[in-house]
Design a protein around this ligand. Structure first.
Ligand code: SAM
Length: 231
């Protein structure tokens, strides 16, 4: 992938409203119009969602629990959260993603428990939630930006924060494969990996500690999942 000029956030917003939206809508969908790599990423991501749901439900029920799904994409986490009875606030920097997520939620959920959807970048979110979840978003930002994002997400959470990110441990593997994830300069956004120690340090700085860890790897998808709680 190539470095693109301008602010990371503007580049990311533009990407996820155009070519990125089309690509990820397919990957996160269920049709056959995906290649082998995309199918593998779909599978890996589905495991991350499954592991997140396990972390969130293994020690308590989600009924009535407020959850902020920051960077909700097409709603693949928001919908199962709502099915478990959580009161979900879902947002994404991309209006196209939010529209897709809302459409899917309305077709899959009873009228009474549709998440509240909003087009917003996660740094601008406000309010307080029992739980804040942010899956596979940090990959679009370098660690110096991720620190602020993590601090802000933690400030919105009362009881726990769940984050997933592509771990630096797999740096060389990812480098080899990144070309296939983001082929061609016109479609490129940079992919940034984060070391677990850096994420842990960013959380610790604002008074949070890691309480659970998970890892999903398939051939082309690597994602470290962490749950953090106040220290
Ligand atoms: N979290 C979703 C999931 O796991 O199904 C979507 C993951 S997708 C790889 C990354 C998403 O993050 C995209 O929908 C993108 O628009 C969104 N995103 C990127 N930067 C963001 C930001 N600063 N604030 C909110 N959303 C952002």
């Amino acid at each position: 992938a190539e470095e693109v000029g301008g602010g990371d956030k503007e580049v990311v917003r533009e990407y996820f409203n155009s070519t990125g939206f089309e690509r990820w809508r397919k990957i996160y969908g269920d049709t056959d119009e995906v290649n082998r790599v995309q199918k593998d990423i779909r599978l890996g991501h589905a495991k991350t969602v499954e592991n997140t749901m396990l972390m969130l439900t293994e020690d308590r029920s989600l009924a009535g629990v407020t959850v902020c799904d920051a960077g909700c994409g097409t709603g693949l986490l928001s919908i199962p959260l709502a099915k478990e009875g959580a009161i979900v606030s879902a947002s994404d920097i991309s209006a196209a993603m939010v529209a897709e997520a809302e459409m899917k939620a309305k077709s899959q959920l009873p009228v009474g428990n549709i998440p509240r959807f909003e087009v917003n970048d996660l740094e601008s979110l406000s309010g307080k939630y029992d739980t804040v979840v942010c899956l596979d978003v940090l990959i679009h930002y370098p660690q110096n930006k991720a620190d602020g994002m993590i601090a802000h997400l933690a400030s919105l959470a009362e009881k726990r924060v769940i984050l997933s990110f592509a771990p630096k441990t797999f740096y060389y593997d990812i480098l080899k494969r990144i070309g296939e994830l983001f082929p061609g300069p016109s479609k490129a956004t940079r992919a940034y990996l984060h070391s677990e120690a850096d994420v842990e340090r960013a959380l610790r700085k604002v008074g949070w500690k890691i309480s659970k860890r998970g890892l999903t790897t398939t051939q082309f998808y690597f994602s470290r999942l962490i749950e953090a709680v106040p220290m």
